[in-house]
Write a protein that binds this ligand. Structure first.
Ligand SMILES: C[S@@+](CC[C@H](N)C(=O)[O-])C[C@H]1O[C@@H](n2cnc3c(N)ncnc32)[C@H](O)[C@@H]1O
Length: 296
């Protein structure tokens, strides 16, 4: 882990309508990083503004304490956070890639930039925070990590945040990128809430917000309480499964409908263009005309 100098002289923010050359340069930087290390970069281009703004919307600028960003890359989410009204001095950016760190340092001189491994968050940020964080916003490519590692990240994040702090994560996947539980991982009680899909991003994405669950395991109360708790938990899981299945079915249905229409149009064209059928169609049209005129 390398601690980069913390500069506080100005809140250098790239204009929201960054010049085209700058955006193209970011695309090129990102693509190069992905080409060199696809597992770490996790995407071929930076997040679009709509997605970055959706992520930032979950962070309350009126909160107190640091805001941690994991995997800022070229900084689209950092910029959205600053535009939301969060002072750059409150932002702690944890990025693995040294080139991205140097770019972030130039682009956001007021922010604290920590080069290190976000999956080892507690260690990477040991002694770096001025107090418990208000929120953690992550763009880490979680889907290529095993379930216990994702849960461990959330566990560490909760450990660094205020009790009501939220962990914000985007995903291109259909379901929560943090599983409810995993074998060989400590059990964490949390609530997960998805945003509507962000269709304006390429590919479309969704933002998930995780908070500590306020409901606690009954401290060896009655067997009835424990049963109710288990049933509630099961109910939440079933609800989540139903929602996921409905989304999957809807996507499959839409794809099926588009395919069927395409096939139908292809067949109709073939029939219309078939030399043997053409005269018969012309005849049918002729027979149908007087009927139409008579209003039949
Ligand atoms: C999908 S990109 C997102 C970049 C940017 N936030 C955006 O939305 O365009 C993932 C970023 O996470 C960084 N990253 C991946 N693994 C990391 C790790 N273990 N610790 C810190 N950063 C990591 C990558 O270098 C990359 O910048």
């Amino acid at each position: 882990m390398r601690q980069l100098p913390k500069r506080r002289e100005s809140a250098g923010v790239v204009d929201a309508k960054a010049p085209l050359e700058e955006r193209i340069a970011d695309e090129a930087r990102f693509f190069k990083a992905w080409f060199e290390n696809p597992g770490i970069t996790g995407a071929v281009s930076p997040s679009g503004r709509a997605l970055a703004r959706t992520m930032a919307r979950y962070v309350d600028p009126a909160s107190n304490g640091p805001i941690i960003e994991l995997g800022p890359g070229t900084g689209p989410v950092t910029q959205a956070l600053i535009q939301r009204g969060i002072a750059p001095e409150r932002l702690v950016l944890v990025e693995f890639d040294a080139k991205f760190c140097r770019l972030l340092e130039r682009r956001f001189p007021g922010c604290q930039i920590v080069q290190g491994d976000a999956y080892n968050l507690a260690r990477t940020l040991d002694g770096q925070l001025e107090g418990p964080a208000a929120a953690i916003v992550s763009s880490l490519p979680l889907l290529n990590k095993p379930d216990p590692e994702r849960l461990s990240l959330l566990d560490q994040a909760f450990g660094l945040m205020q009790f009501d702090g939220c962990f914000v994560q985007f995903t291109y996947g259909m379901v929560s990128p943090i599983p409810r539980r995993a074998r060989s991982a400590p059990r964490i009680l949390f609530n997960a809430e998805p945003s509507p899909p962000v269709w304006l991003n390429l590919p479309p994405a969704r933002v998930w917000v995780y908070r500590r669950a306020t409901e606690k395991l009954p401290a060896r109360k009655s067997a009835g309480d424990a049963l109710i708790f288990k049933l509630r938990e099961r109910r939440d899981k079933v609800r989540e499964e139903i929602r996921e299945t409905a989304e999957r079915v809807e996507t499959q249905f839409k794809a099926g409908k588009a395919k069927a229409r395409q096939q139908f149009e292809l067949r109709a064209r073939r029939v219309r263009e078939d030399k043997a059928i053409k005269p018969a169609l012309a005849l049918l049209r002729k027979i149908g005309e007087p009927k139409k005129r008579r209003g039949l």
